[in-house]
Ligand binder design. Structure first.
Ligand code: A3P
Length: 319
């Protein structure tokens, strides 16, 4: 039995038990330190397995992100873009399926069945830091889309998410304690800043292979970035599509308002047969920029901003 409460009957169990450990943001769920980042043991098993066995194809498109930075939205947008010739307004799977089931997560959903993939869909998501991506992703030169978010908003979203995941009787981690760990780099796939920097540097070195997006930019000019995504993924919109309003339709279909109000996302369950069963509605909270203002004291803001300034200074990255 792992500390996260999941059974872990694999050969990776032994290796995980030798890793440095720190208590996580949930009761009885420890983080382990692996290849420079912190992670729950349940995810580590899939991570190790995918690092050893996953075979990327050159046409694959990897969606990367730290948790709570816009993964759900990016999955929906890219899915809607690449499948737009297969579905019409009423048949799109996004209307009846949570985006996380439309695009699997490499280290959790895609590890079973020898990485069973739909041959028609090139999309695969991961939360892995850049330097820990499976070798075949690097060597096959497949494209990577990374999304990140202003660190204080990423933290607030993560804290709410962790609290919502916990059973009612479980005591929630106080915001102060969670923030302290976040600032020390101890968060799922953290340090958060290192995660962002890894992909930022890769996008500067290889802009044709790594597209670096910010949640805030996507919010303020969604139409533009939908076109950027389509161009980058090799399926640009034709002039005809643009004049028919296809880009606008994709924006509307994937908006927070549309997705969060769908029945499947209000009442459905994701990974329902696994220990990671999650209610779909926890992926949709507010979808705003700057919600940290409603939660953090001046002192907390100062602490996070200082780290951000220090970590990103001289890199050209700003929020
Ligand atoms: P908030 O908690 O700030 O509301 P992830 O998808 O990586 O788990 O990130 C979750 C964050 O994205 C949550 O932020 C969630 O509300 C927001 N989100 C989910 N779907 C969205 C959408 N279609 N458009 C914009 N934001 C969305």
């Amino acid at each position: 039995e792992s500390s996260a409460g999941f059974s872990l009957p694999t050969k990776y169990k032994e290796k995980i038990s030798t890793l440095p450990k720190h208590h996580g943001w949930r009761v009885n769920a420890d983080f382990y330190h692996y290849q420079g980042f912190w992670c729950y043991s349940f995810f580590l098993e899939g991570i190790m397995k995918s690092q050893q066995h996953f075979q990327a194809q050159s046409g694959d498109i990897i969606l990367s992100s730290a948790p709570k930075t816009g993964t759900t939205w990016l999955k929906a947008l890219t899915f809607a873009i690449v499948t737009r010739h297969h579905f019409d307004d009423s048949t799109n799977p996004l209307l009846t399926t949570v985006p996380h089931e439309c695009v699997p997560l490499l280290e959790v959903d895609a590890v079973e069945d020898a990485f069973h993939r739909s041959p028609k869909l090139p999309l695969l998501a991961t939360h892995l830091p850049y330097t820990s991506l499976p070798n075949s992703i690097m060597s096959s030169h497949c494209k990577i889309v990374y999304i990140c978010r202003e660190p204080k908003d990423a933290f607030i979203s993560l804290w709410h998410f962790i609290c919502k995941l916990a059973p009612q009787e479980e005591e929630h981690v106080p915001l102060e304690a969670a923030l302290d760990m976040f600032c020390k780099g101890i968060s799922q796939y953290g340090p958060y800043w290192d995660h962002v920097l890894g992909y930022w540097k890769a996008s500067l070195e290889c802009p044709e292979r790594v597209l670096f997006l910010k949640y805030e930019d996507l919010k303020s000019d969604t139409l533009h970035y939908i076109k950027t995504l389509a161009d980058f993924m090799g399926c640009p919109f034709s002039l005809e599509e643009e004049s028919e309003g296809v880009v606008q339709k994709i924006m509307n279909l994937c908006s927070f308002e549309t997705l969060s109000n769908l029945k499947v996302n209000k009442t459905g369950m994701h990974r329902s047969t696994t220990p990671l069963a999650t209610k779909n509605d926890v992926y949709f909270r507010k979808g705003n920029v700057g919600d940290w203002k409603n939660h953090l004291t001046d002192e907390m803001v100062h602490r996070v901003d200082q780290i951000t300034e220090q970590k990103f200074s001289g890199t050209g990255l700003m929020f």
